[in-house]
Every structure is written in C-alpha cells, then in structure tokens.
Design a protein around this ligand. Structure first.
Ligand code: GRF
Length: 190
C-alpha cells in the first residue's frame, strides 16, 4: 500500500470523500494521515470518526523540516494531497515530494487564484465579477501560490442571480465528483 497525507485547515468534506474513496478503491493507495494547522478544524473530528491518524502542527512546526520530514517518515507518506489547506507548503516538502503534492482550488485557475483567494472569498469575487462560469482546478504544488501544473479542470455555470453560497454549493458538488478519482488516476501513474 502506498500512503497519502491529506493536509486540511477547515471543514474537511474533501478529505472525508478522499479517505472513503481510497478505502474502498483497491487502488493500492490509502490515506495514512490527516494533518491540520488548526486544532479546532472539523477535519480533525472527521479523521477521528473515520479512524485515520491525525496530527496538528503550528505555523512554526510546519516550517521546521526536521519536524515535518520526521512526521512524513513516521507515517511513510508517499504523496500529499492538499484539501483546503490555507498555509503555503514549505520548499523542503516540495523538494522531498517533487510532483507528488496535489492541491484543489475552487476556481478556474489562473483566474481567482493567489493570495487571499480561498474559500468563500473566491466565490464572492466570481459573483462580483458577474462571471457566467466557474469551476475547480486540481494541480500540482510548486513554490508559487496556486502555480503548479494543472492536472484537471471542471466547469459549472453561474446564473446571474446566484449568490456566493450557491456558487460554493456547485463547486463542492464538482469537488465531490472529481477530486478523489482525478487524484487516484494521477497517483496511480506515479
Ligand atoms: C474547497 O472548496 C477547496 O477547493 C478549497 O477549500 C474548500 C475546502 O472545503 N481549497 P472542505 O474543507 O473540503 O469542505
């Protein structure tokens, strides 16, 4: 079995879908660790309920290569999936996992990416700009914020009267449909 660490800062619906998907898939990958930078994040409760080990790291610990590489080695992590993780990934992790860190972003990158563009802020910006469509981007992580190679995008229409909350709903549906299977297809090619 090859092993995934999911990094998440918040609710963790994508993390939960991913855990369940790999658990049932027989694809030879499993989620071995959930890592969060927020002890109160709901993703921790999900990890406990789903019986997946978890770790919480502070901002300082995230930037400490001995701590982070030690943690990845302790759980024999082969690849990292970011699912709503709000901190930048330190360079030493990108070097340790080249082409093996996948992120999901809730817009059609390069639109609505970069600093400050996360969660509801993205959907508010999409609505404010009267976009007729938005979507999700699954991409590799490099040292640039929302910058690495794009693996997959899926689109959805935005109606003129859609609120940011309604757009967010549509995006979560796209994420639910695509994130686990696109990630699985990518990882099985490694
Ligand atoms: C998702 O929309 C994801 O694209 C973004 O943050 C959100 C996380 O949602 N990066 P959840 O925590 O997985 O429910």
């Amino acid at each position: 079995m090859k092993r995934i660490a999911i990094f998440a800062s918040g609710n963790g619906s994508n993390a939960e879908n991913m855990i369940n998907y790999f658990r049932d898939s027989g694809l030879g990958w499993t989620v071995a660790l959930v890592l969060s930078d927020r002890p109160e994040a709901k993703v921790i409760q999900r990890a406990v309920r789903l019986d997946v080990p978890y770790a919480v790291v502070s901002k300082t610990e995230l930037g400490d290569s001995d701590i982070m590489i030690g943690l990845m080695e302790r759980y024999s992590v082969d690849a990292i999936v970011l699912a709503g993780f709000l901190r930048m990934i330190p360079g030493f992790l990108i070097e340790r996992y080249p082409g093996r860190i996948v992120n999901i972003h809730p817009s059609l990158l390069p639109k609505y990416g970069g600093k400050g563009m996360y969660g509801r802020h993205v959907h508010e910006a999409v609505v404010a700009a009267k976009e007729s469509e938005t979507g999700i981007t699954i991409h590799l992580v490099d040292e640039h914020c929302d910058g690495g190679r794009i693996i997959f995008q899926a689109r959805t229409a935005v109606a003129p009267d859609d609120t940011a909350a309604e757009v967010e709903e549509k995006i979560h549906e796209l994420e639910r449909l695509h994130f686990p299977c696109v990630t699985a297809a990518f990882l099985s090619g490694l």
